[in-house]
Ligand binder design. Sequence first.
Ligand code: PHE
Length: 454
Amino acid sequence: MAKQITTARDGFATRLGVLAATLGSAVGLGNIWKFPALTGQNGGASFLLVYVLATLLVGLPVMISEIMLGRRARANAVGTFRQLAPKGQPRHLVGLSGVVAAFLIMGFYTDVAGWVFAYIFKALSGEIATTDPAVAAKAFEGLVSNPVQSLLWQWGVLVLISVIIIAGVAQGIERTTKVLMPVLLLLLVAVCARSLTLPKAGEGLAFLFTPDFSKITPSVILMALGLAFFKLSIGMGTMTTYGSYFRNDQDIPLTATRVMLCDLTISILAGMAVFPAVFNFGFEPSAGPSLLFMTIPAVFTSLPGGQVFMVIFFCLTAIAATGAMLSLLEVPVAWLAESFGMPRKRATIVTSVTLAIIGIPATLSMSTMANVKIFGMTVFDLYDFMSSNVLLPVGGIFICLFAGWVWGAANVKTELSNRGQLLNGAIISAFLTVVRWVSPVLVLLVLLKGLKVF
Ligand code: PHE
């Protein structure tokens, strides 16, 4: 979240502003890059189904909890738990796990964002104007297997984000993001329209919407759950911080539901843009990180004047990624600034330099460090796995239990009904049951099963 908001605690001015800002954090590479990649690797429609269930049964309740707690405490993530927890409880733990998660996520997110920026120039040069999987693969490989080039792009991204935060122009960026999000949505709809009219589009749609239940395994469920956390920016305090800027008359369950639905729509649109092209042009659905970077150029190339739109598409994706990264970077920066009394400028530089170092092995895991495996994963995959599939879900369990049991029913009722202004008793009762029992038990089971603890 932006600097100016941290200093001006009066928060968001309009209800629409709240929705747009929250969406600015949620929508990013998670929708456009990660969702298609994971869906392709984990069985298509069955993965989508589990993902939707995870979003509804876990993602939404955790998001509501975070926003609710943040709004009541009117403080950052660590401060919120310090303030609302009974005395003597280890209450900063969730804040700290959020900081670690933010570092891990940024470690690989900046790498992928670097690819997106690089692709703007590749689109301009015409290098990626191809529908041939071999040529597309060569362009992608050429970038990621070149250690110097990919590191420079990643560091460029870090410098950009730091400059935005230090210069205090994050508000401007957020405003731009708000305006450009609908444009990205429109462009995504246009890509979908093209993709859906490709001769073999039906195969892609069948892959995305006809579930094969045999593909659902514990580790697939854990992946889908992790994606739900990652997508909604929850389990690590980002939404708690956003909640602290919510207006008192904002309907929290309604806003969270809208954010979740918009976010899901954008992900599904990205899937509908990518998969018809995968099957039409003969790409590999399980290509993973490279999937977006190969298929999207193919779709645009098959359109008259496609190159221009391709450039716009990667620009808008870069802007969406920047909005999400600003909210991610804010977690460690706010922690350093508030817990160690560091000036924001120094906190930003310390965070970025740390990230540049942490990011090196992730970026090099596509080139010089491809053979370095920890728990059978490359460093890039390990960062992703540890954050989305371990830290965020663990944070989610804590947040649910905290909201449902520690903070308790009376507080939840007061806060979610806006002190009795809203008549949403049934929603609140359902919410309480879910955060007390359903979400924590589900997440725990999925974690233990997915991590093969039993
Ligand atoms: N939700 C963002 C995305 O999908 C990523 C993110 C995760 C942002 C966690 C903030 C916190 O791109």
